[in-house]
Write a protein of this length. Structure first.
Length: 98
């Protein structure tokens, strides 16, 4: 009965996962000068990515400050999402089997 709801949660976690990955790659491309942020389309896309991922990353950034310019908060959030997905899948499998 809760299976469709749980599937939606898993899909949302996947979307957040990919938003964080895209945001990290985009920040690297900006840092290395591959992407020009003066282009309005690029600026808007990066702004949307930051607005989507900042509320998720901000609490972790408060706990783990950047170390030597390296922001570890995306890696921590991705690890948390991975663990949540696996636990939800185990719970879902147990409900189907048992």
């Amino acid at each position: 009965m809760l299976a469709p709801f749980i599937e939606v949660i898993l899909i949302l976690l996947d979307v957040v996962w990919w938003l964080i990955i895209i945001s990290v790659v985009a920040s690297w491309l900006v840092a290395f000068g591959v992407i020009n942020t003066r282009n309005m389309a690029v600026y808007r896309l990066l702004d949307i990515l930051n607005r989507a991922t900042d509320p998720i990353l901000r609490p972790i950034r408060r706990l783990i400050p950047p170390m030597g310019g390296l922001d570890l908060s995306p890696m921590v959030v991705l690890l948390i999402i991975y663990v949540l997905q696996r636990e939800i899948q185990i719970m879902l499998a147990r409900s189907y089997l048992g």
